[in-house]
Design a protein around this ligand. Structure first.
Ligand SMILES: [Zn+2]
Length: 808
């Protein structure tokens, strides 16, 4: 039986339970839900030195900062314009910009539930009023249409829903509205935003369905939004609509793009493809609907897709979505490091999805993936200061990647804002009288089990230290089973599947003491299970082995060939410029068997455990292919903390073979020259004489220079020599990312030398024709000069670019 009466969910049932008690006291039942339920973040008070400061920074810096950005960038004005309260010439850039405000309200609401902030709560009320004013009378809420601009955005179509399967994002906006509304309602008890959401959802129920408007969302999120709204209201139509949106995908007569996971019916999908955030939100929605309806076909599909991801498409940082082309999953094992996309939103979605998979299956391997993502590829998305952000999270950098204060498409920023305060909700879970300890976080909690209310405290300095002391405080002696997760990384299984391997010998079982005495436990699905009658003050202590691991990638991952990645506990490490000699890391080689020490540095990056080792720096030399090697100390820092000290080189996968390193350039005429050109980007200019050999013209892992999006113009690069030099030969390697990219080999080029104050063309003896994938060499009559200039005529319809330019 399902009551459709609205009720406020107790804080401990954030994602839902089998039985709710309404505010009027009436018992309400949903048919079914996840067998395992998370312990809500409001029940978990984090007091450690790792997460607590980050959650505080989110509340004190990120939320006010992002709210202010919403105002400055015109996102709030969009709503005012839609309400007819402000006249604008132009709205913001994207039709989904409404969702940034929703997501930040969601994050702020989570924050309010933990710490009262009347001023913020009042401001949220103001914003919610503005949102309500922008809603049309029948519940439609989409500022880009309601604002009735003279020149409407070309994604919105001529009428409602017309371009929904493509790019209008009307249902995407609704999905985030629902998620935000549920959070705000649970945090404050106010129904203001919830009523706006319900009015919108009711319009969708009326509008969409078989025989009515048959459209699915071009960008998923509404599925989880609707299931949340269903749990709060008990209105089964919302759950049915979520299922309708899923089942319609891949049916004939629709925009059946792989990009938006509509190439097949969702139940026929068994591999992760297309836009990674869309995909992973969808898998999360499928898990929700499977849990709520018992649909086995959905389950089979997402189980298969999950295997596909962990076996072939997961970065060691837990990032997903390898390619920037379509912000998408790449081919199996195609996991490039420098061009890794690994969008912050995709990492957040990966946490949502894996936590749902755990709630369905009760297996710790899902938490292994979730923890890996959380501590690495997700956390890297925000700076230590809380106001600088990454959209892609690469695993290597020549210094071209820097955090930004904002993005035109701000999805990752608002997503991070809403995710961080909800993090304590992933520490524990429960199923009847089974209590799961999933994450190790210094915290104090209270959990309601059928057997009684249990206080549970973790004292730990995780992730720096593997020691943990868990105190159990039942109100009275209570029998229940405590499931302590034994992380995969602690038993030589860093990731489920065969993508990343720990080559160390077998690990010892973790020893658990109860009140100082060794306790026997049985292992079940990756958990140490201690099933007994617990009394007040029972103390469990154990130590997870924080050994430093050198992990290897599956041989099919060519990007990681002859390299290892360092991991200690849940943290993946990287080398970064500021900690290493000459601010260089790409030239470093560390032997496979090199011993490594962990050294905690209080003053560095808000306090981090560094890894110290010996390595060698490699350098090319003139007239010999052999590298010069110099021993030097090498320091690694946790990956999440990189890019907090300005632009620099960074590398997660460290070469143990010289052939994998990128040596420092030999002292050639070009490498000693001062480089300039008709482009201001110093990093790109640096690419010209770095002697990094591209594999082919489109190789995006090597550094290159390009003028995209400028077309048809004349451009130049210039070498100023350190002294007058006689030269007679020059070679150029063009960048060309055709047929999909915007760069092609140039229409023409010429070489000039400096004679007094003038530029004079060289006299060609022999010149290669313009061609890609190789050096184009020009031999000319020797000139003695202080500078050379390369003039490039770009193609009419494309830009041009260069990998290398050498001079003899
Ligand atoms: Zn994003």
């Amino acid at each position: 039986m399902i009551s459709i009466k609205m009720r406020r969910i107790a804080a401990s049932t954030l994602i839902g339970t089998l039985g709710f008690v309404s505010q009027t006291g009436a018992q309400v039942h949903l048919h079914a839900d996840y067998p395992i339920q998370p312990v809500a973040f409001t029940q978990v008070q984090v007091m450690d030195n790792f997460w607590a400061p980050k959650i505080r920074t989110n509340a004190e810096v990120t939320i006010p900062y992002t709210l202010d950005q919403c105002k400055r960038t015109g996102r709030i004005d969009n709503f005012l314009a839609a309400a007819g309260k402000k006249k604008l010439n132009k709205l913001t850039e994207y039709t989904f910009d409404d969702t940034d405000l929703y997501k930040i309200i969601e994050g702020a609401s989570y924050g309010l539930q933990v710490k009262k902030n009347p001023e913020l709560e009042k401001y949220l009320d103001t914003l919610i009023n503005i949102i309500g004013d922008a809603q049309e009378r029948d519940g439609y809420l989409y500022t880009f249409r309601s604002a009735k601009m003279e020149k409407p955005h070309n994604w919105i179509g001529s009428k409602r829903w017309e371009k929904e399967e493509d790019l209008s994002h009307e249902l995407y906006n609704s999905g985030h509205l629902f998620e935000s509304a549920v959070a705000h309602y649970q945090a404050t008890g106010k129904k203001t935003l919830l009523n706006i959401a319900i009015k919108n959802a009711d319009l969708l129920v009326k509008t969409f369905g078989y025989g009515k408007e048959e459209k699915f969302p071009g960008h998923q999120i509404i599925e989880t939004g609707l299931t949340k709204l269903y749990r709060v209201t008990g209105k089964k139509e919302y759950l049915d609509l979520a299922k309708f949106f899923l089942d319609l995908r891949g049916t004939p007569g629709h925009l059946n793009h792989e990009y938006s996971q509509a190439h097949k019916k969702v139940t026929d999908q068994h591999e992760a493809v297309g836009h990674a955030v869309r995909a992973t939100y969808m898998y999360t929605g499928m898990a929700d609907v499977a849990a709520l309806t018992g649909n086995k076909e959905y389950l089979k599909a997402i189980d298969d897709i999950w295997e596909d991801v962990v076996d072939k498409k997961l970065y060691i940082t837990g990032g997903i979505g390898a390619t920037g082309a379509g912000e998408a999953f790449g081919k199996p094992y195609d996991l490039p490091n420098m061009s890794a996309y690994a969008e912050t939103c995709a990492a957040i979605a990966n946490v949502y999805w894996n936590s749902r998979m755990f709630l369905l299956h009760g297996d710790s391997r899902y938490i292994d993936v979730m923890e890996r993502t959380l501590y690495n590829g997700l956390l890297s998305g925000v700076s230590l200061s809380g106001d600088r952000f990454f959209y892609p999270n690469p695993l290597a950098s020549m210094g071209q990647h820097q955090r930004s204060a904002w993005f035109g498409c701000a999805c990752c920023i608002s997503n991070m804002t809403r995710f961080l305060p909800s993090m304590p909700g992933y520490v524990y879970a429960q199923n009847k009288n089974d209590l799961f300890v999933n994450l190790f976080v210094g915290s104090k909690s209270s959990v309601k089990l059928p057997a009684g209310t249990i206080g549970i405290t973790q004292m730990t300095n995780y992730p720096w230290d593997g020691k943990n002391e868990i105190t159990i405080d039942p109100a009275k002696s209570t029998a229940f089973a405590l499931h302590i997760r034994i992380p995969g990384w602690s038993v030589n299984k860093p990731v489920p599947g065969t993508l990343y391997l720990d080559t160390d010998a077998n690990a010892n079982p973790v020893k658990i003491l109860l009140n100082g005495k060794a306790v026997t436990y049985k292992m079940d699905k990756g958990y140490a299970v201690i099933d007994r009658t617990w009394k007040k003050g029972d103390k469990l202590s154990f130590e997870l082995p924080m050994e430093i691991k050198k992990l290897m990638a599956n041989q099919q991952v060519s990007a990681d060939k002859d390299r290892f990645a360092l991991q200690r506990g849940p943290l993946v490490y990287c080398l970064e410029g500021p900690d290493n000699k000459d601010a260089a890391v790409m030239n470093i080689v560390v032997k496979k068997e090199e011993p490594i020490q962990a050294v905690y540095r209080e003053e560095l990056l808000n306090g981090v455990m560094t890894l110290q080792m010996k390595g060698s720096a490699t350098k090319r030399q003139l007239n010999s292919s052999e590298l010069v090697k110099t021993e030097q100390p090498v320091t690694a820092i946790p990956y999440y903390a990189w890019a907090n000290r300005g632009a620099s080189e960074m590398e997660v996968w460290i070469p143990y073979e010289e052939s994998a390193a990128k040596p420092m350039p030999a002292p050639t005429i070009a490498s000693k020259s001062k480089v300039s050109g008709s482009i201001g980007n110093k990093r790109m200019l640096k690419g010209l004489n770095d002697q990094y050999e591209p594999q082919d013209s489109r190789d995006a892992s090597a550094t290159y220079l390009h003028w995209w999006p400028k077309k048809n113009s004349q451009e130049y690069v210039q070498y100023d020599f350190d002294k007058e030099t006689t030269v007679s030969e020059s070679s150029v390697y063009w960048y060309d990312d055709g047929p999909f990219g915007g760069c092609r080999i140039p229409a023409s080029w010429k070489l000039l030398y400096k004679k007094g104050d003038e530029w004079v063309p060289v006299t060609t003896i022999k010149a290669d024709p313009i061609a890609k994938d190789k050096y184009n060499t020009i031999k000319f009559e020797p000139v003695t000069t202080s500078a050379l200039k390369l003039e490039i005529q770009q193609p009419v319809e494309h830009s041009a670019g260069l990998h290398e330019w050498s001079v003899k």
